[in-house]
Design a protein around this ligand. Sequence first.
Ligand SMILES: *[C@@H]1O[C@H](CO)[C@@H](O)[C@H](O)[C@H]1NC(C)=O
Ligand SMILES: *[C@@H]1O[C@H](CO)[C@@H](O)[C@H](O)[C@H]1NC(C)=O
Ligand SMILES: *[C@@H]1O[C@H](CO)[C@@H](O)[C@H](O)[C@H]1NC(C)=O
Ligand SMILES: *[C@@H]1O[C@H](CO)[C@@H](O)[C@H](O)[C@H]1NC(C)=O
Ligand SMILES: *[C@@H]1O[C@H](CO)[C@@H](O)[C@H](O)[C@H]1NC(C)=O
Ligand SMILES: *[C@@H]1O[C@H](CO)[C@@H](O)[C@H](O)[C@H]1NC(C)=O
Ligand SMILES: *[C@@H]1O[C@H](CO)[C@@H](O)[C@H](O)[C@H]1NC(C)=O
Ligand SMILES: *[C@@H]1O[C@H](CO)[C@@H](O)[C@H](O)[C@H]1NC(C)=O
Ligand SMILES: *[C@@H]1O[C@H](CO)[C@@H](O)[C@H](O)[C@H]1NC(C)=O
Ligand SMILES: *[C@@H]1O[C@H](CO)[C@@H](O)[C@H](O)[C@H]1NC(C)=O
Ligand SMILES: *[C@@H]1O[C@H](CO)[C@@H](O)[C@H](O)[C@H]1NC(C)=O
Ligand SMILES: *[C@@H]1O[C@H](CO)[C@@H](O)[C@H](O)[C@H]1NC(C)=O
Length: 835
Amino acid sequence: MMLSFLTSAGFVPSFLGLWTHVYDVAHEFVFQRPMVAPGPQPTQTGIITDPFIRIDLTAIFDVKAAASNSSDTSANFDGYGRSYPAKLLPNGTNYSFRGIEFALPSFHSSSNDALRSAGQVLNLSTAESRQYHSLHILGAVTFAPGASAVPSVANFTFHYDDGETYDATIILAPWFSPGAVFEGAIYLPYHYANPSLDSNQTIDKNNTHIHYATARIPSARNLTALTLPPSSTNIHIFAITLVQASAPDNTVATPGPALWIQNVRSTTKWIDNSTESSTDVNAGAQLIEVTLANLAPLNASDSAWVTSNHTVVLQSDTLTTVVSASVQRLAPNDQVVLLVGVRNADGGVQGSNATVRVVITDAGGQEVGLAGGEKEWAVTAGIPVYDDSDESLGKHEAPEWYDDAKFGLFIHWGIYSVPAWAPTGRQYAAWYNWDLHNQFNPPTAQHHLALYGPNVTYDDFIANFTAQGWDPNYWLDLIADAGAKYFVFVTKHHDGFSLFETGNSSDRNSLLLGPKRDITKDLIESAKVRYPDLRRGLYYSLPEWFNPDYGPYGHQSFPGMPALNAFNGSCCDPYIGWVHKENFLTDVQKPQMESLFYDYGAEILWCDIGYASAFPDVAAEWYNVAATQGRQVVRDDRCGSSQTDFSTPEYASYDAVLSSKWETSEGIDPYAYAYNSDTPPEAYKNASILIPRLVDIVSKGGNYLLGFGPMANGTVIPAMTKPLHDIGQWLSHSGPAIFGTRPWWVQPSDPAANLRFTTAPDAFYVIALSRPDGSVRTRAPVPARAGDRVSMLGGSGAMLEWKFDGEEFIVESGDEVKSVDFAWVFRIEYAGADN
Ligand SMILES: *[C@@H]1O[C@H](CO)[C@@H](O)[C@H](O)[C@H]1NC(C)=O
Ligand SMILES: *[C@@H]1O[C@H](CO)[C@@H](O)[C@H](O)[C@H]1NC(C)=O
Ligand SMILES: *[C@@H]1O[C@H](CO)[C@@H](O)[C@H](O)[C@H]1NC(C)=O
Ligand SMILES: *[C@@H]1O[C@H](CO)[C@@H](O)[C@H](O)[C@H]1NC(C)=O
Ligand SMILES: *[C@@H]1O[C@H](CO)[C@@H](O)[C@H](O)[C@H]1NC(C)=O
Ligand SMILES: *[C@@H]1O[C@H](CO)[C@@H](O)[C@H](O)[C@H]1NC(C)=O
Ligand SMILES: *[C@@H]1O[C@H](CO)[C@@H](O)[C@H](O)[C@H]1NC(C)=O
Ligand SMILES: *[C@@H]1O[C@H](CO)[C@@H](O)[C@H](O)[C@H]1NC(C)=O
Ligand SMILES: *[C@@H]1O[C@H](CO)[C@@H](O)[C@H](O)[C@H]1NC(C)=O
Ligand SMILES: *[C@@H]1O[C@H](CO)[C@@H](O)[C@H](O)[C@H]1NC(C)=O
Ligand SMILES: *[C@@H]1O[C@H](CO)[C@@H](O)[C@H](O)[C@H]1NC(C)=O
Ligand SMILES: *[C@@H]1O[C@H](CO)[C@@H](O)[C@H](O)[C@H]1NC(C)=O
């Protein structure tokens, strides 16, 4: 049974619930009842729409992004003569990413195909002016030669028919990024360079992308126009799609939530069983991601809310749902990403194609009709075996345990911990050896000369790096005390001194020199025994500054040649333990990385610097071997390959939710990961800075990898242990607002309120970053409903009074806030959580 309205002629309704993405120039609605499935009668939902409006940008395109060949100078994407190779870009204009349908420009013609965002106002036609749920863009950020390639944070301003405006913040990644990787919707292995700026090169082989970004559009009112971000953001846009909200619910007799499956995506993740203490009977089940939106408009009546436990399963001939997802609460104009655990039915081939259907049942066991009707989704059943191709390696993704973990500690300890010096707040102490030899950076050389004289070289510090009295348990207790869920230990920094067994790839290691001990092994073994659930990450620098064998790949600060004496320029400083190898990649990097994978059991490989790399040749086997052991491993974006599991802002963070996983790293020191004796105790960040930072990062989808630098003898100074302890104390009560949470899809730009939000299946968290004075107030559309219980974590446990005053959500926090410091978590526990 299906009822269709045609608001104008010429539109093709979808039949039998098969979802047809018909692009209709007039952007008309199809109103459609959910398909009535055999079996129990589905309950009524809100009205149904074909939700995509693809804004036609053709008339305002002002940039030619794609060139037909490297000498085609008519294209100039970045303003510096560089361009995308058209032959690697999609030919068609219909393009789908994460369930969103876009109209791509015709990259293969001579017409302009991109828009340089410069505050343009896009007026919607009368037919287009209506209530919208979300904004989706395909674009990329350009940057000037020599500037750093960082994502750009920008506002789109929505204009409504009543004159109101709303600023939505998005973040978009650079179109390429030397040394690091931001994975985008469309990947190209290179782009056309500008020979006169790029050393006569016509091709730049940095990974090049078109990226995706999204934002919620408050849907209570009709949208009439949007203002694009200013030109200073360097954002370039290829396509914009708006997803409509369902029409106001007075147009249907029996309103309800307008539940729309935006996307179903098979992941290469599975239900984890890799910690030592795991006992989950569903371990190994593949996770399928379902993006579920409630398209009912923001101002819909109560009946448009999901307020009881809905269960989401997948039906398929090939896949059996073993762990359903549940949705306890989903407000209008909100959406959520769910994970359903499935197993391949008997005989299912790993990596085979399958189709699935999403079935949602309400708390009473009734099947719920879906906006858009039913759709079959194509997925890959089972985790494919990886091969060395970019396409295959690009399927790897950060596992759930990594996203759940949120907070890790980064340990920098090595020869540099002996001199332990850099001009505080300005340079990295772990870079001592480079700065000593860098005449443009004299403070370190001057310090060295004054303290040690001209005859002491960096390698003379090796003898004083003894690890005598170092007890790995002491660090692990510190990590546990801080409440961290993982650590990343520096096994080899740019000075080339390895703290692990390097076999015949090098003798420059802690087993033969300095401590005469396998530091990495001792740390890992102790962690396994004492804290089996703590995830073990290993940092590895791909280049070594002064290893001559790196020479063929040398660049900028990594020349790969012996250091000349810092004071008289003579050749050369010793490089103790160096063993000459023909091929740095296959003879040094490859065996060393493989050792970290297989001998030391790295769960996180935290590569640094990127560039020339053996990683692409060892990654597939690592992923495959780990999978046969039930282990889900993860790597960062600095491995010198075309892919990443997460990106790594350094002493920086993102001000919006990036479309992929990210992790901020920085030291407790104002500007050093390793111990810096030049930093006075009061200059270290304390918990009143670190805890709000953790909360802010987690609320935007990031992890926080916080660095501490032990002194040469392994001791960690109180200026670092104190804040770590304070974080641990805070997490001991407020951890539920951090660990295992996901960012709220609704990212309010409400900076004045100094509030952050995180979500969990059974609760919503409002986190105040300054001590509330009597009450907590926000105009963000907090999904609280009558019956919900609000309490402050770390307080007395008392239920707090709360209400909506118009659109403003208010919690009477009273004196509860006196018992907690640093950040105040208000947990909204959904009513019916025990239904
Ligand atoms: C490169 O592209 C330009 C512009 O489309 C075209 O005129 C030229 O013939 C092409 N050159 C080659 C070698 O294909
Ligand atoms: C686009 O079409 C051309 C010619 O038909 C083909 O050679 C090319 O591979 C296509 N590109 C993509 C990305 O599909
Ligand atoms: C976005 O808009 C909000 C609210 O108007 C404002 O506070 C914020 O600074 C803006 N962000 C950017 C990047 O312009
Ligand atoms: C580029 O080529 C020109 C002409 O052959 C040459 O003079 C110049 O040195 C080259 N530049 C670089 C950076 O290689
Ligand atoms: C990557 O980009 C940088 C900066 O534009 C450039 O110097 C470098 O040559 C590029 N790398 C490759 C492999 O093309
Ligand atoms: C949006 O515009 C339509 C058509 O003008 C109108 O019927 C509807 O009431 C408007 N909706 C809102 C929420 O103002
Ligand atoms: C699986 O589906 C993809 C995309 O639809 C297709 O290219 C591929 O050939 C299919 N593989 C098999 C084994 O049927
Ligand atoms: C450094 O070594 C040189 C040569 O052996 C010696 O003449 C000089 O006195 C030494 N300087 C210091 C400060 O020890
Ligand atoms: C090494 O330690 C010894 C004894 O503490 C000290 O005298 C010497 O100056 C140190 N040398 C270096 C290079 O740090
Ligand atoms: C984890 O799951 C994998 C795949 O099902 C299995 O091979 C492995 O034995 C399991 N490991 C543990 C510790 O349960
Ligand atoms: C480590 O060295 C520091 C600085 O020299 C010293 O204060 C501390 O007592 C030492 N710790 C141990 C355990 O020897
Ligand atoms: C929701 O229902 C599912 C079963 O359908 C159950 O496993 C889950 O625990 C329930 N969730 C809550 C929060 O009650």
